[in-house]
Design a protein around this ligand. Structure first.
Ligand code: DLL
Length: 432
């Protein structure tokens, strides 16, 4: 049930002591070895060899994605390149790419943390695990791969894509755990249906999904259609990759690996901590990374603490599934709208498939959302009246959830493109 019980179930007081020692070590390491941090500490008058308490974290500078870009490629590494055994990089679709590095110890630690997540979700050495994340510069494939091997599961390193083959292999190799983005899992469901394969006839038991936001409704959908227990796992390349946080079998919030990461949830405007349970931006400091330690990284991901202790026995705090990113937020007539809210509503409506797009346009200086949603063919080809009823139901439910009206357009089943990696469901036509 646990991979490293001595850590995962550590009494909180002991954990705080360990965190402080590790934080002191990390701050000293970056102060001595990374010019970027040395300069920042100097400017801010921080005596980096003399951190006294965990509370001192508040005084440390933030790190932004832009800092990684400015120091491209190796400027933030805290060890010489000869100690780096692996590099990963973000795709760079939204600007200059960023590069992260791992020492031998970092890879060990990363493997352990991913093994924790897999183990927490229920996967054991007896499982056959199909890793359908891309292998390459993206951290998903290799991150999960090393963790799964560390756990001792039988790994199928198939990578993303070639969905028919994925399903053939899933059937022939008797895959019990599927690892990919929730979007890709949905595409697999489609391809199975087309091929007349009943997912319940496969050996699948677990789905470990992550790398993008998804709703509780999407989880239900995947659980039902694939006959699995789907769990959420979270991470980001700037911090490590997958393995930062993951759900246990309770499937209610993600335990963050607090012995390796110090987290804060801050109001993104004031940068003050929010009250426990309130939504804010997740900010993470690495505690044990050697090659690429990061101080107070502004993830832009929004979440909240689940303050109740978890029945699984882990003492690490649980984060609510990510609600979106600060930079994904749409402001429509002054109302803040997150794509995930729209997905949640659509998943509750019978007759809609969980495939949608959110189109954002600007007309007469006003932003406007159109939600395109696939509906089952029997509705799409039914009388006009039934279609209108459907549109009205969706509009009403969306307006009540979002607090602002949106247009709705129904489309035929299978008309919207499917994704093999991270889904891109928002199409922003505004020239901002
Ligand atoms: O997506 C690492 C990863 C790989 C996590 C495989 C889990 C599984 P990046 O490509 O750097 O790294 O993207 C990181 O993806 O800041 C979030 O916005 C988003 N994200 C990752 N996991 C989740 C999740 C990987 N479970 C960015 N829920 C993060 C919601 C997620 N968003």
């Amino acid at each position: 049930m646990y991979w490293q019980q001595e850590y995962e179930c550590m009494p909180r007081e002991e954990l705080a002591k360990l965190q402080l020692a590790r934080l002191q070590n990390t701050v000293s390491r970056v102060g001595n070895h990374v010019p970027f941090y040395r300069t920042k500490f100097k400017e801010m008058g921080i005596d980096f060899e003399n951190l006294k308490s965990l509370d001192d974290l508040k005084r440390l500078p933030f790190t932004y994605k832009q800092d990684l870009r400015d120091n491209y490629p190796y400027g933030l590494f805290a060890v010489p390149l000869r100690e780096v055994v692996r590099v990963h990089s973000s795709s760079g679709t939204t600007g200059q790419a960023t590069v992260v590095g791992y020492s031998r110890n970092d890879i060990q630690m990363w493997s352990d943390l991913v093994a924790r997540v897999l183990c927490g979700a229920g996967v054991t050495a007896d499982d056959v695990i199909q890793i359908a994340f891309g292998y390459g510069l993206f951290t998903g494939g290799f991150g999960l791969h090393y963790g799964a091997e560390r756990l001792g599961a039988s790994v199928i390193p198939i990578s993303a894509g070639n969905t028919k083959r994925q399903i053939q292999i899933m059937r022939d190799f008797k895959t019990t755990a599927l690892v990919c983005t929730p979007s890709y899992a949905l595409k697999m469901v489609d391809v199975m249906m087309d091929a007349g394969i009943n997912p319940n006839g496969l050996s699948l038991k677990y789905g470990l999904f992550g790398a993008e936001p998804w709703s509780e409704g999407m989880r239900q959908e995947l659980n039902e259609k694939l006959g699995i227990r789907a769990s959420d796992n979270y991470g980001l390349s700037e911090i490590m990759g997958p393995g930062v946080a993951g759900e246990c079998h309770v499937c209610h919030g993600l335990h963050i690996n607090e012995d390796h990461f110090l987290y804060e949830i801050l109001d993104p405007e004031t940068l003050e901590p929010v009250k426990p349970g309130e939504v804010g931006e997740l900010v993470i400091t690495t505690l044990t990374k050697e090659a690429f330690p990061v101080i107070r990284y502004r993830t832009r991901d929004l979440t909240r603490l689940i303050p109740e202790p978890c029945p699984c026995g882990r003492t690490f705090d649980r984060l609510h599934r990510m609600l979106g990113r600060t930079d994904d937020m749409l402001i429509i007539k002054g109302v803040n709208v997150f794509p995930m809210q729209i997905e949640s509503v659509l998943c509750e409506i019978k007759g809609t498939a969980p495939h949608y797009r959110i189109i954002v346009d600007r007309e007469n200086h006003e932003d406007k959302i159109t939600v395109m949603v696939e509906v089952f063919n029997e509705i799409f080809f039914d009388a006009m009246k039934r279609q209108e009823e459907m549109i009205n139901t969706i509009k009403r439910k969306l307006a009540s959830e979002l607090g602002v009206g949106v247009s709705v357009k129904l489309v035929e089943e299978k008309t919207l493109e499917r994704f093999e990696g991270k889904g891109a469901r928002v199409i922003d036509n505004r020239k901002l």
